[in-house]
Design a protein around this ligand. Structure first.
Ligand code: GDP
Length: 409
């Protein structure tokens, strides 16, 4: 069993309007990170994350679970946020567990009313976001219009990170505006994109777009500002660090381009999740209230050595057994650990701990602060409950009202 290194963890979810491509993107992520070896056809209901019968019938995702996957030396916990308008309460619940989000817009349909509501929910929870403009291969794809809608409808400040090579059906690559090089996609999904010089006919547009990017980065780094004003070059690392700072502050939203269906742009997008979304250490500390002094607040720092504090963000019945998804804010837990349920005041014991993969569950003998795991044995825990160390009884603040167990058996 390997434990994740805290600053390499990315607990993130995908938020989007139904049909923008969330299922396809999730599945591509699992494919490129080696979690699945074959890509299913989403519309036939065989997508790996869509495993509830009810979901497969409707072709939508209504539960919030977490799947682990590894990309380079990052550790991704992909939290499945529901996309359907009826389930926004579920979206709120999963937003509590994640640290960052990938927002997907369709290059054709753009920002739709439902993307607006999920975007605002993410804003309320101060969740930093990067964006994918998907379906760049489709006729009528117009990333500029989507950027404009982000500004006018979402009041957001998008930062274009890539420029497309080829349009619509001929969308065959992207120019990485940070590095100033092009990446051309292969025909086979497993082929890594090939580096190439920026096509000459795009040189002027790319130079202009890169200048805009550097200008935004300059807002977050004085040295970039000086270099920018004096026409000096700036290193890619410095630009990444500046854009990351603005993204974590929730002020800017890096935008990437792709076509999930055609496996285009997915590897650079995985890099972007690692580079620009926060680790648990980058997030503000969670706030809790001591049970005997509810008017007082206590900061729960992401410290594996501290008293345990976890949020049960999803409770499901899996193969007849209750499985509780936990976001661990502090401390570490093991099978046999006794936790206090701050809602019931009762103590509960963890029987088993699991890390959930796309097709299997991995038994864990320990889980630490910052991670997301599933536990059995917590008989009375409901979604929204705080489970904490007996010696430090607290309730995490601002949690939604618990709901009965959803059965998938
Ligand atoms: P979700 O509802 O957001 O999960 O969207 P899906 O992933 O189920 O995608 C909705 C539909 O759009 C499906 O028919 C996909 O095959 C299709 N789709 C997804 N991504 C792309 C893309 O990049 N290009 C095209 N042309 N179609 C796509």
């Amino acid at each position: 069993m390997t434990l994740p290194v805290l600053d390499r963890i990315r607990n993130f979810g995908i938020i989007s309007h139904i049909d923008a491509g969330k299922t396809t993107v999730s599945e591509r992520f699992l494919f490129y990170t080696g979690e699945i070896h074959k890509m299913g056809e989403v519309h036939e209901g065989s997508a790996t994350m869509d495993w509830m019968d009810q979901e497969q019938e409707r072709g939508i995702t209504i539960t919030a679970t977490a799947t682990v996957c590894h990309w380079k030396d990052w550790w991704f916990n992909l939290i499945d946020t529901p996309g359907h308008i009826d389930f926004t309460i579920e979206v709120e619940r999963s937003l509590r567990a994640l640290d960052g989000a990938l927002a997907i817009f369709s290059a054709v349909e753009g920002v739709q009313s439902q993307s607006e509501s999920v975007w605002r929910q993410a804003g309320r929870y101060n969740v930093p976001r990067i964006c994918l403009i998907n379906k760049m291969d489709r006729t009528g794809a117009d990333f500029r219009a989507v950027l404009e809608q982000m500004r006018s409808q979402l009041m957001a400040r998008p930062v274009l990170m890539q420029w497309p090579v080829g349009e619509e059906g001929n969308f065959r690559g992207i120019v990485d505006l940070l590095r100033g090089t092009a990446l051309l996609f292969g025909d086979k999904p497993e082929q890594p994109p090939e580096e190439a010089p920026v096509p000459e006919e795009l040189a002027a547009e790319v130079a202009e777009a890169r200048e805009r990017l550097v200008e935004v980065a300059a807002d977050y780094d004085e040295e970039i500002l000086t270099a920018f004003l004096e026409g000096e070059p700036v290193t890619t690392e410095r630009l990444v660090a500046a854009i990351r700072r603005g993204t974590l502050a929730g002020e800017i939203f890096p935008v990437f381009l792709g076509s999930a269906l055609r496996n285009r742009g997915m590897q650079p997008l995985l890099d972007a999740i690692g580079l620009f979304l926060p680790s648990p250490l980058d997030r503000p500390t969670a706030t809790a209230h001591p049970l005997d002094r509810p008017d007082e607040s206590l900061d729960i720092t992401c410290d594996p050595e501290g008293p345990a504090c976890a949020l049960a963000f999803k409770v499901i019945s899996d193969e007849g057994r209750k499985l509780t998804y936990l976001r661990l804010y502090a401390g570490s837990i093991e099978p046999g650990t006794t936790l206090l349920n701050s809602r019931t005041g009762e103590q509960e014991k963890i029987a088993r701990l699991f890390r959930m993969h796309a097709h299997k569950r991995e038994r864990l003998d320990r889980a630490c602060a910052g991670d997301i795991v599933a536990a059995t044995g917590l008989k009375n825990a409901l979604t929204g409950d705080t489970l904490c160390a007996v010696e430090q009884p607290v309730r995490l603040s601002g949690l939604s009202i618990p709901e009965p167990v959803v059965s998938i058996a």
